[in-house]
Design a protein around this ligand. Sequence first.
Ligand SMILES: [Cu+2]
Length: 591
Amino acid sequence: MFASLCLVHGRVSLCAQESPNTSCPRPSPGAAVPEPEDLRSQNGVLELDLTVRNFTEPDGSKRFCYFDAAGNQSPTLRLSPGDLLILNLKNDLTDSPAAVPAASNHNHDHATSAKKLPDPCDSSTMSLTSTNLHFHGLTVPAVCHQDDVLKTSIQPSDPPFQYKFRIPENEPPGLYWYHPHIHGFSKIQVLGGASGAMIIEGIERANREVAGLPERVLIIRDQDLLNPNSPPAKSEPVVPKFLVDHDGDAANTGTGFGKPAKDLSINFVPVPYPDYPPATIQMKPQERQFWRVLNASAITYLNLAVLYKHAPQQLGIVALDGVPLNANGTTGDFISWQTHLGVPPGGRVEFIVTGPPAGVPGLLVTRTVDTGLGGENDPNRMLATITASEDALEPRSKLASLPTPLPPPAQPWLGNVTPVRVRKLYFSETLLDPNDPNSATTFYLTVDGQTPKPFDPASGIPDIIAKQGDVEDWIIENRSTELHAFHIHQLHFMLVAWDGVAVNEPFLRDTVNVPFHSTADLEYPSVRLRMDFRDPNTIGTFVYHCHLLEHEDGGMMGLIRVEPADSAQAPEKGTASSRTSSAPARSTTNN
Ligand SMILES: [Cu+2]
């Protein structure tokens, strides 16, 4: 069932639903791209009630939706650095299948006890109806009521659970997001639509090129195919055969065509296979706008392009993963002009786009991404038409025209800090039956030298112990034949080298692709990342993982403990001493 859109204050919006208790309304294919509702902090505080619900729609699709108190879905949370967020999350999920049994030494018996509910701050309950929130990209502490995802688990019987923390004063202005992070159930909830944007205000203070621009938040999500049994459109070249990969998704055809692993939606307007009827965006002719795009897909990579009369347009990247591109403080109002923008699941890209001239048809598309022999199929497809019209409504939000510049960063640029140690980690996969490519896959993210095993939520033993205040280099290898997206909570990192070639990007990321392995490779593909543990909030125990959520749910996750600077080093998994190189890496290219 699709809900119609409605006009609120003259703008297309997702309507506040009359009965959000009975459905999870979504726009129809081809609809105008609605803007998520904005909830803004006032007098330094944003307090809101958010309810998560799930429904099986008449078409059989499983949806998960966040509603605010007014019934708006997935509102955008807008706060400034220093503001207080108070978010009361009510879990109204239903239809619990059997909960995943937690490890025997944990308090799993609580999960089935009607009388004695587990403390949501110390619960190991992991089921389809458990939930919590991760604030992706924020450098806030990984503690309960803030950004802990390891022990925090909220059950439907719990009263509203309060998230309460201050946005750090030094949080870079940009696009962040919130989504559930229950191990084993992240994919189904996010794929069902449980995600929303969060904006730390003030990007025009970091880069004056965007001052005064109208801004548009676009959230690309993926979902199960609406028409899984349809043949491809007749306009497509014939692709030899359809295979299914280890995860049961349509396998990479390597051609840019064929059945996608998942459908995409843009602000919940579905763009279903096989014809990809585009959603619609109107702009005033040749108007400059600032587009803030979140890839909230569970497994789908994006490679965005804007085409006018089939010609790719220049898109001016201002920020990636919530951090302005001029973050190293030396590049002024730097903008990187590109004709296509790769965005892994979990990643964000914020860019300047100029609307088409009157009468010129425009298209927002995602081009194919080669995810490797073992990867999913992410073919070329349309997302939205862009039509120039003098009558186009302005987006709801506009950046300030006369911003006060941000103060310079208090710490030395990460790229100028010598790492105190180098660690190597690697992504790998094994098949239950090595001779059967369709047998079950186990996913690993292993510290080199340790024994690969899937993430065990009950273990609590860190795979890596780091010190607060340190900067380290991590080399992440990919020993599997599919692309993975490395993400770590609580901090941003700098991409130092890509596949052995120094890039020394003058900006930061929190999610990065790690290229897939081919049998012809002499070495495993890798990225080298400079990891920043200097922020006082980057402390405690938290996770790093692949942001393809079926990989994360399947075990491709590890645990890091960042200890206070003055603490004695405790052992990591296995024997710690042989696991890390203590030699400082003076060069970023020699490894
Ligand atoms: Cu992965």
